[in-house]
Design a protein around this ligand. Structure first.
Ligand SMILES: *[C@@H]1O[C@H](CO)[C@@H](O)[C@H](O)[C@H]1NC(C)=O
Ligand SMILES: *[C@@H]1O[C@H](CO)[C@@H](O)[C@H](O)[C@H]1NC(C)=O
Ligand SMILES: *[C@@H]1O[C@H](CO)[C@@H](O)[C@H](O)[C@H]1NC(C)=O
Length: 240
């Protein structure tokens, strides 16, 4: 009788927790000899699952589109020293990323993974000295991103959680382009000339703001990932 009760309680507690994870959310066993491969598949699936709805039980917001209210990109190194302030960004494409590899060093608590995003688009408003401009849609093709997340452990209510100590990002697109959907109305020629200039010189322009861009995006991704790690204790991130 006692045993039945214990088992019942265990099953209840266990299922109460696993209910937090959507049915096809994959988790890995830390002891898995092929942990990295498991993580690679799990992350790719998770990105698809989070998609346009997010997973509220895991404190994950929708990522496609990923809405960012404010993003500031530090000035580049070229002659054009300009801090770019964007507002109301809408970023699409992240949930269709392929994860190319993943590695978790559980001793150093460092997680790295590399993704390839086939089509990445970003729409936003642009704040120039307090004046809000609507800018064209920025698109990037085949963006390789290397994410390096360093964790530290913190204990709350006797449970250990990962806290993100640093999030580093390296971005490498194979092509960037800008298009405009009915912008520059009445001055199509100016618009077309401007866009051609940007599109012809995308590599220089990208390289100029690369550091600032990576730092700004790392903050965005860190904030998304922190929701998950603040909510799910380490013992539940992995299968036991
Ligand atoms: C999750 O599972 C449901 C039902 O089994 C399925 O319809 C859906 O395609 C799955 N989603 C992903 C991203 O695998
Ligand atoms: C992106 O990758 C796909 C698949 O490998 C390829 O067909 C396409 O040409 C690439 N696009 C660019 C702009 O490099
Ligand atoms: C936390 O653990 C300590 C020592 O194991 C115990 O005395 C305490 O009651 C626990 N607190 C909670 C909130 O479970």
């Amino acid at each position: 009788m006692k045993l039945v009760l214990i088992v019942a309680v265990f099953v209840f507690v266990h299922s109460a927790f696993t209910r937090k994870f959507p049915a096809n959310f994959s988790r890995c066993r830390l002891s898995d000899p092929d942990l990295d491969n498991c993580l690679k598949t799990a992350i790719e699936k998770a990105l698809h699952l989070i998609g346009s709805k997010g997973i509220s039980s895991l404190n994950l917001p929708p990522i496609d589109p990923l809405k960012v209210s404010k993003l500031e990109i530090a000035q580049g190194t070229s002659a054009v020293k300009l801090v770019q302030k964007y507002t109301d960004l809408s970023i699409t494409g992240v949930s269709s990323s392929k994860v190319e590899n993943a590695h978790f060093d559980s001793t150093k608590k460092i997680f790295t993974f590399k993704t390839l995003t086939p089509n990445y688009n970003q729409e936003m408003d642009y704040d120039v000295n307090g004046k809000i401009l609507v800018v064209p849609v920025y698109g990037s093709d085949n963006v390789t991103s290397i994410n390096t997340i360093a964790f530290e452990e913190e204990t709350r209510n006797n449970k250990s959680y990962y806290k993100i100590k640093s999030y580093k990002l390296s971005l490498e697109p194979s092509l960037c382009h800008v298009r405009y959907d009915g912008l520059f109305e009445g001055n199509e020629k100016l618009g077309a000339t401007l866009l051609k200039t940007i599109n012809d010189n995308w590599r220089d322009m990208f390289d100029d703001i690369k550091d600032g861009l990576e730092a700004a995006y790392a903050e965005v991704f860190k904030s998304v990932a922190s929701g998950f790690f603040n909510t799910v204790p380490i013992q539940d991130i992995f299968l036991s």
